[in-house]
Design a protein. Structure first.
Length: 231
């Protein structure tokens, strides 16, 4: 395995910080739409990374994971919400929880469309080594663009799927809670007490790795199919 360089690290961090910022801003925006302006007044409906970055979860731990090839464990500052201010609380809980995932999926889709356009126009090619590469290997700008698109696409597919796991405190647990009958409330609350432990168990036993091993190749297959449609 080749050692990552500084350029790759910068691209990785730019994509991660922006993607996490979109994720949290979408939570804040959706909560405001349902009548809760708490996050809005704290400046969280913003793509400014300063509003969302957590020094440890957004910077330190992802950097350690990048250079050690350890499982990525990262997060942004949680978006504050006031469920008491929501109109139709169960519906609001569903959409506020799902909003961050939708934001990441939107970035993945846009990245995929740009990849298809650049491939069709001959600016980039598919590579066995790096998945995407500049058609002109002597163009550092296009090499950087190809690398950035690859990281944006993969990281946002990964973030969307990761957050859909129904393990507290991930968004998937809140989505599930808003769908299940209210009689499941006590059971869900009891699971929440062990959420962090369950999250670490799933991470270090390879559960996420197995899921991503299917999801990421499937996402790339959709991009390849898009290329085939236009070539």
């Amino acid at each position: 395995m080749r050692n990552p360089d500084v350029g790759e690290f910068i691209i990785y961090m730019v994509a991660l910080i922006f993607s996490l910022s979109v994720h949290e801003a979408m939570h804040a925006w959706m909560s405001n739409r349902f009548g809760d302006d708490l996050a809005k007044h704290q400046g969280r409906i913003s793509l400014n990374p300063v509003s969302h970055v957590d020094p440890f979860g957004t910077l330190l731990f992802p950097a350690i994971a990048f250079f050690t090839h350890a499982p990525l464990l990262g997060w942004a500052r949680p978006t504050p919400v006031n469920p008491l201010a929501w109109r139709n609380k169960r519906v609001a809980n569903f959409w506020v929880s799902l909003a961050g995932v939708l934001g990441n999926l939107a970035i993945a889709v846009v990245s995929g469309v740009i990849i298809i356009i650049l491939f069709v126009t001959g600016a980039i090619v598919f590579s066995r080594e790096t998945i995407l590469a500049a058609a002109n290997a002597e163009s550092p700008v296009m090499e950087g663009v190809a690398a950035l698109l690859r990281v944006f696409f993969m990281s946002n597919v990964g973030l969307a799927v990761f957050n859909l796991f129904p393990i507290p405190p991930l968004d998937g647990s809140k989505i599930l809670a808003s769908i299940l009958p209210e009689s499941f409330g006590p059971a869900i609350e009891s699971v929440e007490r062990f959420g962090i432990i369950l999250l670490f168990v799933a991470m270090f036993t390879g559960v996420f790795r197995v899921v991503f091993g299917y999801v990421i190749p499937f996402a790339w297959m959709l991009v390849f199919l898009g290329v085939r449609l236009f070539t």
